[in-house]
Design a protein around this ligand. Structure first.
Ligand code: FES
Ligand code: FES
Length: 156
């Protein structure tokens, strides 16, 4: 075991980990940040997406130790980290883009990265941004609609 410091959603967490623990394992199992989902656990589904220094990573594919000293944002950190919803979260609800919800965290974390740099994304840009995220339920159309809605509401 070794102890590292992780900066998550603006707070510092000192956590003891095994050297081979992934960021996903630490988030869910040691810090109870279960909004980030475990799907394939092998880099193929995108539902474990978080942002590290503003860029999306698959947390199942990153050692937790490698994230030390970097700014980690999870779905719990959007919307200011309190109970208020981020515009993307609200838009997913309003557009009916959530069914089982398992993919939703990853979709939103990728969409959040897109909207941070692209204020008025076209449909191709939106679909490209979520291309690594699998959804078994929605057929994707309402997810794309939700991201368009969030972009419009945030000044796109
Ligand atoms: S759980 Fe990480 S990509 Fe599927
Ligand atoms: S809403 Fe079920 S996997 Fe996307």
């Amino acid at each position: 075991m070794k102890t590292i410091e992780l900066q998550i959603n603006g707070s510092t967490h000192e956590v003891s980990i095994e050297a081979d623990e992934t960021l996903l394992q630490v988030l869910r199992n040691r810090l109870d940040l279960t909004g980030t989902k475990k799907g394939c656990d092998s880099g193929g589904c995108g539902c474990c997406s978080v942002q590290v220094d503003g860029k999306v990573v698959y947390s199942c594919m990153m050692y937790a130790a490698g994230a030390a000293g970097k700014a980690i944002t999870t779905i719990e950190g959007l919307g200011g980290g309190g109970t208020a919803l981020d515009p993307l979260q609200q838009a997913f609800i309003d557009a009916g883009a959530v069914q089982c919800g398992y993919c939703t965290c990853g979709m939103i974390m990728n969409a959040s990265e897109l909207l941070a740099t692209t204020k008025n994304p076209g449909e191709d840009q939106i679909r490209h941004a979520i291309a690594g995220n699998l959804c078994r339920c929605t057929g994707y159309t309402k997810i794309v609609d939700a991201i368009k809605l969030a972009a419009a509401r945030t000044g796109g």
